[in-house]
Design a protein around this ligand. Structure first.
Ligand code: 6R9
Length: 647
């Protein structure tokens, strides 16, 4: 941790939308007069019926509800498209940068995007999609992903995007959970020069999930893919026949907008449900203020639309604000570690938002790949997804931003819809590694294990004590799980699952997950999910998975595996287990280390002592703590002796 301070640069302080004094005043008001404050903010959206109600949420078990602007009516696609046509119809909405630097970028104006969205919305209607229906999207990073999202919102369908790196099994589980009858995909994806067999994966998933009736396929690479008569349709054919006139469906602010599956500490991934009004307001307001987005800027969020960051900060926030948003198909370091900076130069990017894991990987390659590029267009830099180590922060600030660009280290979650604890570039003096202060309307507190609120400088568990517009509304199909997961641990508050320190200046420092969720390259992974995949293998009796510190990925995956009797550990088997997990979940769940063990450290009541497993995976064997409560303490000696060297 570091405590050096980077004050707001003078030029920023002078031209700031929100300076330090305004932040203090508006933040106080957002808490003392939430109704007044939020009804005023809500005016930034285009309502068919303006809301007169703001927050009606209640975190207690008796009156549990999360509800905002409940008498307002609006349409998300109309907010992201129609209302911009008059003033900026010919402005570029989406710049698309393809995977290969030799291929040509695309520039899509608001008018063009509007027409394509209306056509596709009509095509979806013609395929029987109605308001409230769930539509699964399994797509590469191409503009049609944004078209498909917006087309769903235009007719009130609920999209569920599944990241293109997930396996057919994982995809099928998500299709089945929300009972989607329609899947939108592409022939293939293309990332880092490698193709991803998306349509083939959807075909496999459709065999596992009986609900799929229709598959719409976008021609992205032109690969030859099998099409099933009567079930599969080319996107291009549907668009060619469709009418470009499609009235936006009036939606209640509380109507569902999208589902996004995310990992928790237990069970299968949860379908996080966001609703229309509050989410869009949160996306739009945070996008403008946190990135200081101004008319004419070119803004780039280098996430994938398969994650929440892509939803909120590639598509909904920027388009609601009439911004030019850059969408990049590829990866930051292909074909060379200069690629990300070359894209910045090619499109004169003003704001860049990426993940610490990407920065660490690029930093390792040396400064020359950065300094060979210009980057003078950059005005602001952002990070998200995991804690950023001060070393990577300083590199980003000094080498990438040449000391000129504020860094917004934004803490938030799939569940929160948008940024929650974050600097505002014209208001906040920065400390490398700290997400700094809460956004308007966000009231964070730190509690100890018993739920006692900690005041002043302290370290504890991070809770949010009142609702905010972008908060998730439920877990799809399981409202009780929503309450149990987030509101039962510390009654009356939303529990984030993160640990956090607040320093003497009131800065918040997120320390990482305190539950069994690990964060691999900024992607959330439930240890339970990897364990379930492992025990499905015919040789495995039992498995326990923990995270360990990893230089580039933030955390790596370390799996302890007990084999069925009669099975013999071998390197061969280790490799097949790794391949098995990749096939079951996807490459992001690839274990970095697998240790075979005759037994796991368990208490007499049979509970696995993960604390010990974490220490061993970290290589911190000098402080294993008290092992006397274990049913068989000798298990630990074997675990230590056979630790996978340097995972
Ligand atoms: C947006 C997103 C959420 C978890 C969250 C926390 C970690 C995200 C962070 C951060 C430290 C930051 N996290 N941003 N930790 N500093 N700036 O990443 O959503 O995929 O749901 O992950 O990521 O642990 O709880 P999601």
């Amino acid at each position: 941790m570091s405590d050096d301070i980077y004050p707001v640069p003078e030029t920023w302080a002078k031209t700031a939308r929100i300076d330090a004094a305004t932040y203090a005043k508006d933040y106080a008001r957002s808490l003392s007069d939430p109704t007044g404050y939020w009804l005023e903010q809500a005016q930034r959206l285009d309502w068919m019926t303006a809301p007169t109600l703001a927050d009606e949420s209640d975190f207690t078990e008796e009156k549990f509800a999360v509800r905002w602007f409940a008498d307002g009516v609006l349409n998300v696609s109309a907010n992201c498209l129609d209302r911009h046509l008059e003033a900026r119809g010919d402005q570029v909405a989406i710049i698309w940068e393809p995977d290969a630097p030799t291929a040509s970028p695309r520039h899509i104006t608001y008018r063009e995007l509007h027409a394509e969205v209306c056509k596709f919305a009509n095509a979806l209607k013609a395929k029987g999609v109605r308001k409230g229906d769930r539509v699964t999207l399994y797509l590469p990073m191409i503009p049609e992903a944004a078209v498909a999202m917006l087309a769903c919102t235009r007719i009130g369908a609920v999209h569920s995007i599944v990241f293109g790196g997930f396996s057919p099994d994982a995809l099928a589980g998500r299709i089945t959970d929300c009972d989607s009858r329609i899947v939108i995909t592409a022939d293939e994806g293309c990332r880092g020069g490698k193709s991803v067999a998306l349509k083939t994966n959807v075909d496999a998933a459709a065999k596992l999930s009986s609900s799929v009736e229709t598959i719409i396929v976008i021609k992205a690479t032109g690969a030859d893919v099998p099409m099933t008569e009567g079930r599969d349709f080319w996107y291009g054919d549907l668009i060619a026949e469709a009418d470009a006139d499609c009235a936006p469906e009036p939606m209640n602010a509380e109507d569902p907008l999208f589902i996004l599956y995310t990992s928790g500490s237990t069970g299968k991934p949860k379908g996080v449900l966001h609703s229309t009004g509050g989410y869009l307001l949160w996306a739009s307001l945070t996008h403008e203020l946190v990135f200081d987005y101004r008319d004419g800027d070119v803004y780039w969020c280098a996430a994938d639309v398969g994650w929440v960051t892509g939803h909120t900060y590639i598509v909904y926030g920027p388009l609601a604000n009439g911004a030019t948003t850059l969408m990049y198909e590829g990866v930051p370091n292909w074909p060379s570690p200069s690629r990300i900076w070359q894209v910045v130069d090619r499109h004169k990017v003003n704001q860049l938002y990426t993940a610490p894991t990407a920065l660490r990987a690029l930093m390792k390659e040396g400064d020359s790949y950065v300094t060979a590029t210009d980057r003078s267009s950059l005005r602001l830099l952002g990070t998200v997804g995991e804690p950023i180590n001060p070393e990577a922060w300083r590199w980003y600030h000094q080498v990438v931003g040449e000391g000129r660009c504020p860094i917004v280290d934004t803490w938030w979650q799939t569940e929160t819809g948008g940024q929650m604890i974050t600097p505002l570039p014209g208001a906040t003096a920065l400390k490398p590694g700290s997400a700094t202060f809460p956004f308007f309307g966000v009231e964070p507190k730190l509690v100890d294990a018993e739920g006692k609120v900690l005041e002043g400088a302290a370290e504890g568990n991070l809770v949010i004590t009142r609702s905010w517009p972008g908060q998730m509304r439920t877990v799809w199909g399981d409202h009780d799980r929503f309450f149990q997961t987030y509101f039962s641990t510390y009654p009356g508050t939303y529990f984030t699952g993160d640990g956090c320190r607040r320093d003497a200046d009131g800065y918040y420092w997120i320390t990482g997950r305190v539950d069994d969720v690990i964060n691999v390259s900024g992607h959330r992974m439930g240890t339970a999910e990897v364990e379930s995949a492992l025990v499905l293998h015919k040789t495995v009796a039992e498995a326990a998975v923990v995270g360990f510190p990893h230089d580039i990925k933030g955390q790596g995956i370390y799996a302890y595996v007990t084999l069925n009797s009669g099975e013999t550990p071998s390197d061969e088997l280790r490799k097949s287990l790794v391949a098995w997990v990749r096939q079951e979940i996807g490459p992001i769940a690839t274990p970095d280390a697998i240790q075979f063990t005759p037994g796991l450290p368990k208490t007499r009541s049979g509970k696995i002592m993960r604390r010990i497993l974490r220490k061993i995976a970290e290589g911190d064997i000098s402080s294993l703590g008290d092992t006397s409560t274990l049913a068989d303490p000798s298990v630990v000696d074997d675990l230590v002796a056979n630790r996978v060297g340097k995972p």
